[in-house]
Design a protein around this ligand. Structure first.
Ligand code: NAD
Length: 698
């Protein structure tokens, strides 16, 4: 039964339940059942007021996002009808909110006369983060309660606020102790004789409203990704100008249009994919593993230090071990300055800073790994150094401890073979800066035990990372694809583009940073050493010499003040005519007549290179599903979230089109790099799309 009712001393109580997060889901019959219960109570002369409450740890997390690909009427229709029913009642309704009310859950509460919530509750309308606006009256009722300025702020940022803040701005009428339902019943009794106080009847305060609207319009992203923010502003303006009924009609229209827009589809996919990566195919969901209790990290360099901060931020004790005293000292002062900066800037309280410091210990002695149940190696990227460290860990680490390597390019199976317990070895490939980047590739070796893999995924969650399982290959999922993306960026330079054009085209398309700027940030020297290795390993796959020429000039990127760009003024890239000349000279040396290259070609070549290699990664079973690849790119490489990820994007463009463009490129400059992946060809010909390989995303 999705809804239960009972009566307490003249108050009709409706309790709905759709565990675990109580989405107001039409397919589960929630709005329909609430509607029926409301009508019954409203018609019962013995009842003076009604309380609307929910089971479980939160009132409602909103609508069920997995249902959003259905037609708008099926999604929003029942919730909207429920609001109409609420508006038409004779008796006042009080919402009793425990834990939180988000999105459609908050909209339901806004359509009742009063709202009372537990002090720990969080409320918000985060629809814009999914490329949408509230579509069941939220953009209309919130301004009625809080005034236009606050509503603009909340709806256009999607920010979730505390109950205390919500009470202060008039969204909530009262704060409750633990038993919110009992307090709501008492509250309902006191307001029963006042009659109704519908949100829609409250006069909207417009103080500061026009300024807030103008500011939010200015901040909205340009083009399609800003449509949701602009739509929200239009809906809020509509209620102010046209009144409630006209405004509501406008809101419904905007929501229905956005629901099927490309950015909303992409954002929805990214959201659902990020949830789905935690359900690892082949890993028994019933397999229970202990959470990690104590961590040791070997290597206190860039990565070891960043990982230690991430672990301590999550409230886990961590010991950082290094063989070099000076390196350990640098790590200690880097930890200290990161924490004190965060405290100074108000991003962390003094007490939280102290707690974090207390979680991190330093040692020069490998014996300090004892007592850790999760050990992460982050020493130099050199197989003989890894061998030495893994042999020592095999002797010293506790029985049952997971031993993880942060290697970015070495073979995890080879590393595991340095121990007598390869079943306990796994890769944990963090991204720099490790305390900030959300992605963690969890690399499953040939002998990695299920329990080890499950533990590593649990650890990812504990330290608030998005763990994605990858098989063993050079570069894993992300960097293996990045190499093909970069290859095209470089070939585009040889053929006629300049670095600033390639970067601008990719950034205009939505990448957080263009490929060449990314290399300047990461440090050109890393790629240089990989290319030197590749030149020996893969002589049949030539790469452009342009990045090598730039490295030979000592220009490693931001850290040397120059790379593809100059960084003389505080990290802002400036175009350097010397690099333009170098690029043009390289084309001449190669005998290439430079040609104008369109931004469209830049985007197609860089993105389809990702898609083609992504398909190969699926073929090779390095990634289990296209959605794993999408999550790696959205969470780790600044791929535009509103495009869902490279594989999702390819489906939206249409695989036959992608394949035909790849075939065009195969007939042109350096065409060898464009052999279409079999899987791509098959999926294009079958008309299935990559999505068919995702299984149940929801
Ligand atoms: P780094 O050079 O900054 O630090 C390595 C540290 O390991 C040094 O402090 C060194 O003293 C210590 N060390 C070396 N041998 C040791 C030993 N035998 N015992 C104990 N300590 C030892 O390197 P980094 O950039 O932090 O990279 C570490 C690992 O992480 C590498 O495998 C690298 O490929 C990988 N990685 C790096 C990045 C990145 O962006 N830097 C990203 C992902 C993965």
């Amino acid at each position: 039964m999705p809804v239960k009712t009972h009566i307490e001393d003249g108050v009709g109580i409706i309790v709905f339940s759709n565990p675990p997060l109580n989405p107001i889901s039409a397919s589960a019959g929630i709005p329909q059942a609430i509607e029926a219960a409301l009508r019954t109570f409203d018609a019962d002369p013995a009842i003076k007021a009604i309380v609307l409450a929910a089971e479980g740890r939160m009132f409602s997390a909103g609508a069920d996002i997995a249902e959003f690909d259905k037609d708008p009427e099926a999604i929003a229709g029942p919730a909207r009808r429920l609001d109409d029913v609420l508006d038409g009642l004779k008796k006042p309704v009080v919402s009793a909110i425990q834990g939180g009310a988000l999105g459609g859950g908050l909209e339901l509460a806004l359509a009742t006369d009063y709202r009372i919530a537990t002090a720990d509750a969080k409320v918000g309308l985060p629809e814009v983060t999914l490329g949408l606006i509230p579509g069941a009256g939220g953009t209309q009722r919130l301004p009625c309660l809080t005034g236009a300025a606050q509503a603009v702020q909340l709806i256009t940022t999607g920010k979730v606020i505390s109950a205390a803040e919500a009470h202060r701005i008039g969204l909530l009428d009262a704060l409750a102790g633990d038993d919110v339902r009992a307090e709501a019943v008492a509250f309902a009794r006191t307001v029963a004789s006042d009659g109704r106080r519908r949100s829609r009847d409250q006069e909207i305060s417009t103080e500061g409203g026009p300024e807030a609207i103008a500011e939010a319009r200015g901040k909205a992203p340009r083009g399609a990704p800003g449509d949701a923010v602009r739509g929200a502003l239009d809906a809020i303006e509509a209620v102010i100008v046209q009144g409630f009924d006209g405004g509501l009609k406008a809101e419904y229209g905007i929501f229905d249009r956005l629901l099927i827009s490309e950015p909303a589809r992409g954002l929805r996919h990214a959201f659902l994919a990020e949830r789905a990566v935690a359900r690892v195919p082949g890993l028994d969901p019933a397999l229970k593993v202990d959470p990690v209790r104590a961590v040791a990290i070997i290597g206190s360099g860039t990565m070891g230090t960043g990982i230690a901060l991430a672990v301590a931020q999550a409230g886990l004790p961590v010991t950082v071990i290094d063989a070099n005293a000076a390196a350990l000292e640098r790590s200690r002062s880097s930890v200290e300055s990161t924490i004190s900066r965060a405290v100074e800037r108000g991003r962390m309280s003094e007490a939280a800073g102290q707690a974090q410091r207390a979680f991190i210990g330093f040692s020069l002695d490998m014996e300090a790994v004892r007592g850790a149940d999760f050990v992460i190696e982050a020493v130099f990227e050199d197989i003989s150094v890894k061998q030495q460290v893994f042999e020592a860990l095999d002797r010293l680490a506790d029985a049952g401890a997971v031993i993880a390597s942060n290697t970015s390019t070495l073979d995890v199976d080879r590393i595991a073979a340095f121990t007598n317990r390869p079943q306990s070895v796994v890769g944990t490939h963090f991204f720099s800066p490790a305390n900030i980047m959300r992605l963690l590739e969890v690399v499953q070796g040939a002998k990695t035990a299920s329990s080890t893999l499950a533990r590593a995924m649990t650890f990812a969650k504990q330290i608030r990372k998005v763990g994605v399982v990858s098989g063993v290959c050079d570069g894993f999922i992300g960097n293996r694809m990045f190499e093909e993306y970069l290859r095209q960026a470089y070939f585009l330079l040889e053929e006629g583009a300049l670095p600033q054009q390639v970067d601008a085209a990719m950034e205009a398309w939505g990448m957080a940073m263009g490929p060449l700027r990314t290399m300047d940030l990461a440090g050109q020297d890393i790629g240089w050493s990989i290319r030197k290795r590749r030149a020996v390993e893969q002589p049949d796959r030539p790469y452009s010499c342009i990045p090598d020429l730039i490295c030979e000039m000592g220009r490693y990127g931001q850290k040397t003040g120059a790379g593809y760009y100059l960084y003389t003024r505080g990290g802002k890239p400036e175009v350097d005519p010397a690099i333009d000349a170098l690029v043009i000279e390289e084309s001449r040396r190669l005998g290439i007549t430079r040609r104008p290259i369109s931004d469209e070609e830049i985007v197609e070549r860089c993105v389809y290179a990702l898609v083609n290699e992504g398909a190969r990664i699926l073929e090779d079973r390095i990634a289990a599903r296209p959605l794993d690849i999408d999550t790696v790119w959205v969470c780790g490489y600044g791929f535009p979230r509103f495009r869902g990820g490279p594989m999702f994007y390819a489906d939206r463009v249409g695989l036959p089109h992608v394949l035909s463009r790849i075939e065009d490129f195969a007939g042109a400059y350096q065409g060898w790099a464009w052999t279409p992946a079999d899987l791509l060809r098959r999926a294009a010909e079958a008309g299935t799309g990559f999505a068919a390989l995702n299984g149940d995303v929801a």
